[in-house]
Design a protein around this ligand. Sequence first.
Ligand SMILES: [Zn+2]
Length: 155
Amino acid sequence: MPCRLVQALVIASPGEIVIVYSLKCENSHEFEGWFGSSAAFDEQSATGKLVCPMCDTHKVEKAPMAPSVAGAKKATLTADEVKKMRQFMTGMRKYIKENAEYVGPKFPEEARKIHYGETDERHIYGEATLDEAKELIEEGVDVAPLPPDLDEEAN
Ligand SMILES: [Zn+2]
């Protein structure tokens, strides 16, 4: 299997941690939610602020984290659901680009340095192969796949 490039984000700043949860709604839509803390997730969950970006249901819960970022799972979505998903992903990418530093292919190296305290703690994003991303996860480095830029791909 050829190595596939994945884009990943490391979350390293203490006090400014963003936690990524895989979420699943009652209609089996799976998506990622970004939270400032696990308490923020609990609060949003308890107050019904969690909403599925595809069907607007508030019945959303944590799904087991899928370690595979290259899964070839195909979901059947309506045009409206696809549109909502695109908006959701575009918003997430925007958040990352505004809040993280792009380090390109040096991502695995930089992520490790941050994890082991060898450089300034900050949010970074960049490219890593799937194998590199797996190694980072095994070492306990917080990485998450960056959602694809769907608008760019559509051009
Ligand atoms: Zn849904």
